[in-house]
Design a binder for this molecule. Structure first.
Ligand code: BG6
Length: 324
């Protein structure tokens, strides 16, 4: 018999969705998603040291290459991960304001400030809104940058770097602001991503066919990439300028299978770098010496010319990497 006034089921309080865990220990910030995927960022350079991402229900695996002898104490730029290059890419020309800065500028060796994880309120309104991921923000300004370096490039700037980890993807974005009241500055910026690959001889980059590039291992000659995918068969150091600019999607393919999908926002160039065997002998912090077989740098950037930033203006650029 059906009982009248049967007690109704207890109203269940909906469980809060599992949250990412974020820790700042010493000079490293780590974030771990409920899926076990993780990211680790060193305050020196706000360098992403590790990204363990999962695809297709598999276990998280390391996706970035980091040299076994990378210097992580802040005394040198990190060999591996994702160093941030600003305000000059490579050796600066002598006749511009960055001329006194070392190769790749001042951001990768400065100690950045961890500004915190984005709050859930901020997530809801952010254009990179994430319900099952986490966003970590880092800042560097002309007053917090390495004092020896900032005196070599006398502009009042602020950088905001956001690292967004989501299941199967990593996005890193940078905002450059000119805080001067009356002078513009010129800069270059690049996200120097060291991708981990299984066997470089099986790796190709798709999306660069037909693009013009400056070949740094052949006297900076300007060449046109043959149609099709780019094979990596020896020392490679090229600044590509795809005709479609940042709209051109890039894919790192291994063994014929797409592995990393890279989309870019406002970063219209892409550097492709692999030092290959001979060159690694002269790179002191590159280990093991045959580690070039397991890495490929594909570096979204704005480096083939200069971005001019007027006082009070800001520039934003980003790379978005999806595991395929
Ligand atoms: C690449 C450059 O982006 O970085 C290469 O195109 C350079 O020319 C490489 O060798 C590594 O630079 P660094 O300063 O970290 O040794």
């Amino acid at each position: 018999m059906d009982r009248r006034n049967k007690p109704s089921a207890l109203a269940a309080t909906p469980a809060a969705p599992p949250q990412a865990r974020v820790d700042l220990v010493g000079d490293r910030v780590t974030a771990v998603l409920p899926t076990g995927e993780s990211v680790e960022v060193l305050l020196t350079g706000a360098t992403v040291l590790s990204w363990k991402g999962a695809v297709g229900g598999g276990a998280p695996e390391e996706r970035l290459w980091l040299s076994e002898s990378a210097v992580l104490d802040g005394s040198k730029a990190v060999r591996g991960g994702i160093p941030v290059v600003f305000p000059v890419f490579g050796q600066s020309p002598a006749d511009v304001a960055t001329s006194k800065l070392p190769q790749h500028g001042l951001a990768r060796t400065s100690r950045w400030e961890f500004l915190g994880r984005s709050t859930s309120e901020a997530d809801a309104s952010s254009k990179t809104a994430t319900s099952n991921g986490v966003q970590l923000d880092f800042g560097l300004t002309s007053s917090s940058a390495d004092p020896k370096l900032k005196s070599l490039w006398p502009f009042d700037f602020a950088l905001l770097y956001r690292v967004t980890l989501e299941p199967g993807s990593l996005v890193t974005s940078i905002v450059v602001t000119n805080n001067e009241t009356d002078k513009a500055f010129d800069f270059q910026v690049l996200l120097h991503t060291y991708f981990r690959v299984g066997d470089i001889t099986q790796v190709q980059v798709d999306g660069l066919g037909g693009a013009s590039y400056s070949d740094k291992v052949d006297g900076f000659k300007v060449k046109t990439q043959a149609e099709g995918k780019v094979d990596i068969t020896g020392e490679t150091d090229r600044v590509y300028k795809p005709e479609a600019g940042a709209a051109q999607a890039l894919t790192i393919v291994e063994g014929g299978r797409p592995k990393y999908g890279i989309t870019r926002d406002n970063l219209s160039d892409a550097v492709v770098w692999n030092p290959w065997g001979d060159k690694t002998k002269s790179i002191g912090d590159f280990a093991p010496k045959d580690g070039y077989k397991n890495m490929l740098c594909v570096e979204p950037g704005s480096v083939s010319s200069w971005q001019t930033l007027e006082p009070g203006d800001a520039f934003e650029g980003a790379q978005s990497i999806k595991l395929l």
